[in-house]
Design a binder for this molecule. Structure first.
Ligand SMILES: Nc1nc2c(ncn2[C@@H]2O[C@H](COP(=O)(O)OP(=O)(O)OP(=O)(O)O)[C@@H](O)[C@H]2O)c(=O)[nH]1
Ligand SMILES: [Mg+2]
Length: 566
């Protein structure tokens, strides 16, 4: 994979990078905590964004260059040399400069910028009217003479830190005694590692050294800067006393002013530093680099496939869905017996017991089914928790902190809603209690007719026996008294009995098959509904958190200025 890095000074690119940095902050701020995004990093990024936004809104025609360094190194002396006038007090007692001084070449439009920098009005000097031929090139320069960074006055140290942060280019003025001052290097130079374009170093008071000593100093300083990742930083040698090297320094400033990229480069350097710190939160494996991320590639984040289906099965087991199918089947079969059952046994049952066992069983089955719709509880709740733990352990791809934690939390984020939702879905899937199929009623009518047949047969038989065989009474019609009709009466009764029995057998079988199909369809319907519950209450929150990680990484790529091939 080839990557292309945009010119970091490009302003359009810079706006996109800043917008991406703002997204990183927004995403990170929602995920702080013990293994979460560092508050320090978020604060630093917010400050950088504010600073950058303000700087970009202010004059783009001006370039802010600060002269910074320890007390007595000669900042004010150099400032005066460059300004061509004794604007800033140079003194023997230390420290001398207590507040920032500014000299502006080409004043128009610099007011708000100076206001933003916080330079007091009485310390602002203008070179507008006096721009000589050579100085014309410096038009747009805002040169700041800063207080020393190591002053005993805390106020000055803060001020320097702030102004160094706001400057587009920082010129460190070092003297031969203190050029290796650990405080300067640690606090100001090391954080700019890799961004030599926004720093320059001046070794002042060269007149106090021999040529050999200057050579040694520069050699030493170069080695030090190399070790700090600032190998490309320009080192100039000056003497504010004799004026040596001042022209080179002026040339460096002119370059910065005419390129007009220092402001953007400075912001880009800040963004680079912050992105490097944010990268730790987007890493998949050690040695991760933002530019190794492919959009939608192996790094694309999803829960493992099959997680939703497995979860639905776990929910079904927790809620006892398979028992529900069985119960529904039994209930349907029992209910159908009232219609399609053999009337003889039906009648016998009603005669022998006012509260038949079948009815009680039916009632219990429906209670059981209704109980399920109240949702799983107790041991079933534990089974749901186990299922969620399994998803968290096995369904989530390996992730860096804090994402490993936040995605796990997302899996459980709606755990409390799951039991009720499972109950509701099962309730919605269950048929109403008193469903009686139309064909059962038809068969019931048939069974009634056949029962009638049996009763008619018995009555006929009785009358034939009484009037035809026992010859009780007289004048009874032949139909009820002719003994020869006995077989016909018997056949009528037996046909009714046999027909009813046969119809009951056939219909019971049909009812069983239908009930089995219904139970199967019900189980499938419930499983489908539970898969939807799993999708909505577990998978969706987890995947939305994973998508947030994707967005974080996309923002990281944009903020890092890495453009992937189309
Ligand atoms: N010999 C020599 N002396 C210098 C040079 N630059 C400055 N000085 C002297 O060093 C002393 C301090 O100079 P300043 O310009 O006030 O130093 P500064 O860095 O502004 O000091 P603070 O304002 O206290 O931070 C003064 O006495 C200067 O005359 C130089 O290049 N050579
Ligand atoms: Mg000074």
């Amino acid at each position: 994979m080839t990557t292309q890095v945009l010119d970091s000074g490009d302003r359009t690119g810079l706006s996109a990078r800043l917008a991406a940095l703002a997204r990183l902050v927004q995403i990170g701020a929602a995920r702080t905590g013990p293994d979460g995004f560092s508050e320090d990093l978020l604060t630093a990024a917010r400050e950088a964004l504010t600073r950058a936004g303000q700087r970009l809104m202010l004059s783009s025609r001006h370039t802010v260059v600060s002269l910074a360094g320890g007390t007595g190194s000669g900042k004010s002396s150099l400032f005066n040399q460059l300004a061509g006038a004794d604007f800033s007090t140079v003194g023997v007692t230390r420290p001398v400069t207590r507040q920032a001084h500014a000299c502006v070449w080409g004043v128009s439009g610099a007011g708000p910028l100076l206001e933003w920098l916080g330079v007091p009005r009485r310390h602002r000097y203008a070179r507008a009217s006096a721009l000589g031929s050579g100085e014309q090139l410096m038009n747009g320069l805002v040169l700041l003479d800063l207080p020393d960074h190591d002053s005993v006055m805390g106020h000055a140290t803060d001020l320097v830190g702030q102004l160094v942060g706001l400057s587009d280019l920082i010129v460190w003025v070092l003297d031969p005694q203190k050029y290796a001052d650990a405080a300067v290097h640690r606090r100001f130079l090391v954080p700019l590692a890799g961004h030599s374009e926004v720093v320059a170093v001046v070794l002042n008071q060269a007149d106090l050294l021999s040529a050999g000593q200057v050579e040694d100093c520069i050699h030493d300083l170069r080695r030090l800067l190399d070790s700090e990742g600032l190998g490309d930083v320009q080192i100039l040698v000056t003497s504010a006393k004799t004026g040596a090297g001042i022209e080179e320094l002026r040339k460096l400033l002119i370059e910065a002013v005419t390129a007009r990229t220092a402001a953007a480069a400075r912001i880009a350097a800040d963004v680079d530093n912050l992105v490097a710190r944010f990268e730790a939160y987007g890493a998949i494996e050690p040695g991760f680099r933002t530019d190794s991320l492919e959009p939608g590639g192996p790094a694309a984040m999803r829960l493992r496939t099959g997680t939703a289906a497995g979860l639905a099965a776990d929910f079904a087991a927790a809620a006892g869905v398979f028992a529900i199918g069985d119960a529904l089947r039994s209930a349907r079969e029992l209910r159908a017996m009232d219609y399609v059952g053999w009337p003889v046994s039906w009648v016998a049952e009603r005669l022998t017991s006012p509260d038949p066992a079948r009815k009680i069983r039916l009632g219990k089955l429906w209670d059981q089914l209704r109980g399920v719709t109240a949702g799983p509880s107790g041991a079933q709740q534990a089974a749901i928790d186990n299922a969620l733990t399994r998803v968290a352990d096995e369904g989530i791809p390996p992730l860096p902190p804090p994402w490993s934690r936040t995605v796990r939390a997302a899996v459980r984020s709606r755990a409390a809603d799951i039991p009720a939702e499972i109950g509701e879905q099962i309730g919605a899937a269950l048929p109403a209690r008193a469903v009686v199929d139309r064909w059962w009623r038809l068969v019931g009518v048939g069974q009634g007719l056949l029962l009638g047949c049996v009763l008619v047969g018995i009555a006929w038989l009785a009358s034939l026996i009484i009037f035809g065989v026992a010859h009780v009474g007289s004048g009874v019609p032949r139909l009820f008294s002719d003994a020869w009709l006995l077989p016909w009466a018997a056949v009528t009764g037996i046909a009714g009995l046999a027909g009813g029995w046969l119809m009951a057998r056939l219909c019971t079988r049909a009812v069983r098959r239908a009930a089995a199909r219904e139970a199967e369809a019900l189980t499938e319907d419930i499983l489908r509904r539970l898969a939807a519950v799993a999708g909505e209450l577990v998978i969706a929150p987890a995947e939305s958190e994973l998508e947030e990680l994707e967005r974080f990484r996309t923002a990281l790529r944009t903020a890092a200025c890495v453009v992937l091939p189309a």
